[in-house]
Write a new protein. Structure first.
Length: 51
């Protein structure tokens, strides 16, 4: 499995690629973990605002 993305604008150097399924899976897991933490923090802030 291979996935790559490069911004088509020539003035933008940002690009990334995944060449192995394990690497992709690890990055997706990191993103998922971060999303869960953000949602937990949002819920905590809402509780503090409501009380």
């Amino acid at each position: 499995m291979s996935f790559s993305f490069t911004n088509p604008r020539p003035d933008n150097d940002r690009s990334f690629s995944f060449t192995a399924p394990a690497e992709l899976e690890a990055k997706l897991q990191t993103i998922e973990d971060m999303a869960h933490e953000i949602l937990r923090l949002v819920a905590e802030v809402r509780r503090q605002i409501d009380s």
